[in-house]
Design a protein around this ligand. Structure first.
Ligand SMILES: NC(=O)c1ccc[n+]([C@@H]2O[C@H](COP(=O)([O-])OP(=O)(O)OC[C@H]3O[C@@H](n4cnc5c(N)ncnc54)[C@H](OP(=O)(O)O)[C@@H]3O)[C@@H](O)[C@H]2O)c1
Length: 297
């Protein structure tokens, strides 16, 4: 976490609503906001408060009544949109417009601003969400994140059982540590490094990696010989469905695997918002190695 002084004395303690607070990224954002002395409220779908000390409002992002209740007295919102369509966001955007907090929206670096349609449904949703928020006059701070390192947790079951990660391949991108994205988000929400402009900020890690490169980093961190096996679409689809993943998500992931172009871009935007450079995936792998250790026989 960057060395940011806590709010103190008579200074206003900002009240911040965090969506997706039980997820890989949201949890990290909540931790940082707490550490910096903000009042934190979480919109959660189940009442198992993600963080002691954080207030929770139970409800779905698509439920305008819950969203309205969650927005009372809020200065800024960390907004995720984990759904695979943007149409259900209209009520949310109406509620945001009425409450008028500062909105920090977590989008995707895969957006191509010059394209009429995006490469795949996941990226299209982010482009549509950015447009909705802008059209509503919310002037969001847009943080476009590259592939989160924490996606690798999806490989944990395979690596606890064996030495092969098999799945759909994805084009190379500058995988970014979710803790760095969370620091950048906290920086934007709390405006500790001055009020950020509206972006879009492109939050990347320091190096462009393939899935096989990521598995090689895990291999080094775990001291085991691991390998990545790219599955053809049909096999990847049937395995993901057999694992119980929702069919719409499976199709979106297959489309991303087949159509999302590689990215060659790394930026210093994490540093601009967080006050320090982004870390490597190798660091992430070393910090999280225990999650991938083989189950004892
Ligand atoms: N992963 C990436 O590489 C990447 C890259 C760019 C942008 N993003 C964006 O970042 C987001 C967060 O990523 P992540 O890895 O932290 O995801 P995650 O671990 O899957 O967490 C998703 C969070 O959203 C909540 N959620 C899902 N549907 C909801 C709904 N209908 N109403 C309210 N809350 C809901 C989940 O709550 P429950 O605990 O109730 O399920 C969970 O807290 C993604 O959804 C995506 O929009 C991700």
């Amino acid at each position: 976490m960057p060395d940011i002084p806590r709010s103190a004395g008579t200074r206003h303690r900002p009240s911040i609503l965090v969506t997706g607070a039980t997820g890989n990224l949201g949890r990290e954002v909540v931790d940082r906001l707490h550490a910096h002395g903000a009042r934190v409220r979480c919109l959660v779908r189940r009442r198992t408060g993600p963080h002691p000390g954080a207030e929770s409002v139970v409800g779905d992002l698509t439920d305008p009544t819950a969203v309205r209740a969650a927005l009372v007295g809020i200065d800024a919102v960390f907004l995720l949109w984990p759904l695979l369509a943007s149409a259900p966001a209209h009520d949310l955007v109406t509620e945001l417009s009425a409450a008028a907090p500062r909105v920090v929206y977590l989008s995707s670096t895969a957006i191509d601003d010059a394209a009429a349609r995006q490469s795949d449904p996941i990226v299209q949703v982010h482009a549509d969400m950015e447009a909705l928020l802008h059209e509503a006059g919310l002037r969001p701070v847009v943080l476009r994140s590259d592939t989160l390192a924490s996606n690798a947790r999806g490989w944990a079951a395979q690596l606890r059982a064996g030495d092969v990660v098999a799945g759909p391949d994805m084009a190379r991108t500058a995988v970014v540590d979710e803790r760095d994205v969370a620091d950048a988000a906290a920086g934007a929400l709390l405006a500790h490094h001055g009020h950020p402009d509206h972006g879009p900020y492109l939050l990347t890690g320091p190096e462009v990696l393939s899935r096989a490169d990521q598995v090689a980093s895990l291999s080094a961190a775990l001291g085991r010989r691991l390998r990545f096996e790219a599955l053809p679409a049909e096999l990847a689809r049937s395995r993901m469905l057999a694992d119980g993943r929702p069919p719409q998500l499976v199709e979106a992931l297959i489309a991303a695997s087949e159509r999302r172009p590689p990215s060659h871009r790394t930026t210093d935007h994490v540093e601009r918002l967080a006050g320090r450079p982004a870390g490597t995936f190798a660091r992430w792998a070393s910090d999280h190695a225990v999650e991938f250790e083989r189950a004892p026989d």
